[in-house]
Design a protein. Sequence first.
Length: 796
Amino acid sequence: MSYCSSLYSHHNKILEKHLLKVANNSKNIFNELCIKNKNLYTNLSFFIGISHDFAKSTTYFQEKLFKGIRTENANHGFLSAVFGYYVVKNYLTINNLDYQYDFPTIAFILILRHHGNLLSVEGLNGIINKLDNYNRIALNQIIDIKNNLNNPKKSLKHFYNDYDILLEDFLENYSDLLDEIEDALEDISFDENIGNYFYIILFYSVLLDSDKMDASETNNITREIIPNDIVDIFKSENFSSSYEGINKIREDAYLEVTNNMLDEDLNNRIFSIDLPTGAGKTLTAFSSVLKLREKINEEYNFNPRIIYSLPFLSIIDQNEKVFSEILEYSDLRGTNILLKHNYFSDMSYKVDSKYDLPMDKSRILIEGWNSEIIVTTFIQFFYSLISNKNRSLRKFHNMINSIIILDEIQSVPYPYWKIINVMLSKLAYEFNSWVILMTATQPLIFSKDEIIPLVQNKNCYYDTFDRYDYSFNLNDLNFEDFKKVIIAEIQNNSKSMMVVLNTVNSSKELYNYIKSYFEESSYDMGIDENGICCIDDDIQLTYMSTNIISKHRLNKINKIKESNKRNIIITTQLVEAGVDISVDIIFRDLAPLDAIIQTAGRCNRNGNGERGIVNIISLINDKGKRFSSFVYDSILIKSTRDVIKDLNLISEREFNLFASDEYYKNLLKYRSSANSEELIEILERLDFKEIQYKFKLIDNDIEKTDVFIEIDEDASELWNRFEENRLILNSFERTNDFLSFKADFYENIVSVNTSKLGTIVPQEQWLGFVSNDDLYRKYDLETGFIYSDNEDAFII
């Protein structure tokens, strides 16, 4: 095709060429999907792509692009959306196609906001309420297009004629189309069909990705084959072939889950792996999904991506490292094979590990999840499923046709269980995906009829995993008295110990109290470069919380794992799930039951030597207030107390066989599903703007500020680089430069309660700075950021 106009979509792109490239990119994406009505959706995506930037053909937009003349008449979203409605409707009508969803209106909604976040259909700031203002601008644009209609250099008339799209007809019927669209918007909003939401975000995702890939001139990445036996090979050549004790149990679980997965009917889509902590779920899950992936390919003729999602950053790094080691053992390398994606991720995309792509292309591929295996957070995953955000939703088309492992699924707050059930079910059964929920404490998100257990008799594993005892004492214990209990425990035995407390302040106070005890007892003490207190030659006293920069937290965890010294660890909830450390004794302030079980999983993890002990107590401050009330929902604590109130000493085996089920039944009894039901209604009526206020996996009620800590020479170099970055005038270049060191930069950041910042140096609207010279006042190497409750915080 020849391009006869002189119209451009971007400075270096002919408009017709861009429209056609986006249309063909969209078509190719749907061609690779295994989805019902594939031919229809493929063609619809082509016509959405070919119309999405139609209104860039106006003189107003061209003058904005080349002369910098910015007027509201240069806005191209609305008229392009009306045109997209017309084109899609015309295609369906000419071909006498029946369709379940109102695709012309869907096309209108997503084209309207393909450069922003999706808008609610109704409401004060909704699309319908904005139509008059949109139309006022569009009428000026239509006059301009009509004036240029017969000028081949300034019109898309001939381009669209090749696709039987008549611009004259569209322009003539514009007013009628607008009336029709207003009625259609009202109808789709009142349709109460969540399918409308899914198809909007699917076509939106495809359009966004196609548009960004072409605009950045990023090529598609070739899909890769991963043999289904790489975990088996890795295990056979790196693990002992003699399985005894817990290792035999892990091997039994591995074989049962992988064999059951191979035997499963692929019409079943939602599974569970319910095994005790320490039973080797990560390797088991990885092997089973690789086998499932090959089975799906044989039966459905496509290779699903594997999405492994976890709640905590600390275990994402840990699990990604495991996967990487297994893949590299079979010479499988590169970001196109394994991608770790969270807010702090490295933005360097390596193809076959041979070369790095430029930063702008790397970012496009990473944020679009262009890899065979994606390791990511719950935040990234669920906010790409339930959102109105452009950046979040762009990856949705790579979430369908996938195998999704949700590890530590109990971390999803109860109020969202119902909406998660609805969304995952839709993803699985309508969009050919497979979901695996993995945990040691399986929540009742799905009923027994909705989920297939890959562990048929979980009791035999819980029966065998009997490594420690729980000791429950729910009588309120004053924190001052508790500190003395811990000192006595340290004095009376030489075992490793971990104390998990509910607040940063209480954890720091206990750490300093223990440290003072050793100092007063004339022990030889020193602090290493990561803030670990080394006592004589045989004790490590370690403090951990999110108050400490992440690179030191990770180093501390590694030192704990590698050291043969006696470990005494004081921490907040940071180590609850997945962190692979083991101690003999645990003290845990009262928490929700799933958190208690996850914490207990760090006790005598490998079943070596004597039985461990997990002490659950209820701590109060000097005002009689329970620390648990500061951080946990009262219903979660009540549901937990109901389960453990009559218990004293009980084995891991006995407790874990009944406690989780009772706890989750209590939640169903005490808690309402109103949050989920409201969210479902919001999605059904396409109230996109409201989603961000109603769906919050993390409670953001406390305003926080990121603070960079200039802790060492490496941090100083990063800060200097950041200051140089701020001097780059071109925003595109500035962003790409920052992305090149963002991951390392954030390793030196703590997120601090804004109201307790105290006096620090504000740098940006989002960032504070503690210089190396100011560390003595604002950052302690051992316990992290120093809050200054008596100082007024900067407004940053």
